[in-house]
Ligand binder design. Structure first.
Ligand code: K1U
Ligand code: ZN
Length: 177
């Protein structure tokens, strides 16, 4: 298994639209294992392949306290959404330190493939519904801050660019031998 680098907003690669997975094979199962390890290490409750610069429709989620209930969604499709919406604070591993409220459909029905390539349908509400929609947005090239006002987006962008510069200045630069 391997820890993967997570792209940080405002990296333009976060806006790439992911293509469907053609075949759920060992390459995809390795990607799922690496994404799960990366999500657990971050730590986070979800991760989309887009965030690790792989532009295929793969999502991992684990909402359990024990971190032992991995959910894998490959080529997910939302087939129904409730009229009712709910507002919840969201965070994002690609926008560390930023949390803000997003309004989304409260209940969704999603169809996807699992890590064995088997199709399943899931009705989700609460945090699972939020997390699936947040991760599916990543696969469409959308980051949650795009739901916020222009003013907030500009502030977040400046903050992230500043943090990136500080990070780089703090890390010793290693010259190639
Ligand atoms: O997609 C991502 O960047 C992962 C993101 C998922 C998410 C969180 C909250 C609402 C919607 C989607 C995260 O995991 S952010 C980190 C986080 O929420 C968390 C981390 C450790 C423990 C509990 C939560
Ligand atoms: Zn995110």
């Amino acid at each position: 298994m391997a820890l993967l680098d997570i792209l940080r907003y405002p990296d333009s690669r976060l806006h790439t639209v992911a293509r469907p997975v053609a075949a759920v094979d060992d390459r995809i199962r390795q990607l799922v294992a690496d994404m799960a390890e990366t999500m657990y290490a971050a730590p986070g409750i979800g991760l989309a392949a887009t965030q690790v610069n792989v532009h295929e429709q793969v999502i991992v989620i684990d909402l359990s306290e024990e971190r032992n209930a991995l959910q894998v969604l490959i080529n997910p499709e939302i087939i129904a959404v409730s009229q009712e919406t709910s507002e919840r604070d969201e965070g994002c591993l690609s926008v560390p330190g930023i949390y803000d409220t997003v309004e989304r459909p409260a209940v969704i029905t999603v169809r996807a493939l699992d890590a064995q390539g088997q199709s399943f349908t899931l009705e989700a509400d609460g945090l699972l519904a939020v997390c699936i929609q947040h991760e599916m947005d990543h696969l469409r090239g959308r980051v949650f801050v795009q739901y916020l006002s222009r003013l907030k987006q500009n502030r977040i962008r400046s903050k992230m660019i500043k943090a990136e510069k500080t990070d780089k200045a703090d890390k010793p630069h290693r010259e190639a031998a």
